[in-house]
Design a protein around this ligand. Sequence first.
Ligand code: KIV
Length: 305
Amino acid sequence: MSATPTERRLTIADIAKSYREGRRIVAITAYDYPTARIVDAASIPLILVGDSLGMVMLGYDSTVRVSIDEMLHHTKAVVRGTKRAIVVGDMPFLSYGISTEESVANAGRFLHDAGAQAVKVEGGTRSARTIEAIVRNGIAVMAHIGLTPQAVSSLGGYKVQGRDRDSARRLLADALAVQEAGAFAVVIEAVPAPLAAAITARLSIPTIGIGAGAGCSGQIQVITDILGLTADHTPKHARQYAQVATVIGDALKAYAHDVEEGTFPGDAESFTMDEAILADALGLGALDQAASVAPVMAIPLDEDL
Ligand code: KIV
């Protein structure tokens, strides 16, 4: 999709401006072209192509299984579906952090190959040097602290983070470290609301909460959770604004019913043609009739066609 002359792609400067003006930042995940178009038309300014796609779109049991090629493939589709939103590509497990060179090169693929405007990197203090290197190479980074799903094996499960004194202090240190490293925003996931609010108050970049209360500078959600597209489980931090799985299921049942009953397709969904041409094509035209005592329903032989 190309932008019309009056439209332009938002930038991290627009996010910074919203933040300075005290406007809450709205963000959502998207993983494909048609959904990205809907999100863009809803004027949501920031789309994350999250590695959550591994679980909600690809059926993996964790985000750790997602490859960079899968992330790039979906990021490209979302970029093609948007003309206004900032598209942030989520760097998957071990695509960063092993070496600075590899981290920067992989981050660059999200911009160069997929057309994203920024990348997201999980980890606070532990990822600060990586973030700094990526930013130094001209790539905007959104950080992600608190519950970082790629580290689920070392965190011991999907648990709320920062509930005791030491881990709360570590989270504050993480937030300050990613800000210092140059991140333009930081996602805070699954952190008690008062702690996330206290961190937000101490930062000069926006915090984007998910399961981190209303005191963050903005909110992000996994789109399938808020649309009711995942039939089995809705996380505590998500509010369902629609039951899209039910809508789709009902539509499919109605379609199957109509096909089985022979009421789909009807005239409205079918194409017509001139009856004389059809008769001619079937060898039933006036000339065919005159030329022989051909039997009714004379379908032309292959060699006549
Ligand atoms: O992958 C993802 O969707 C995320 C959001 C939950 C922030 O990281």
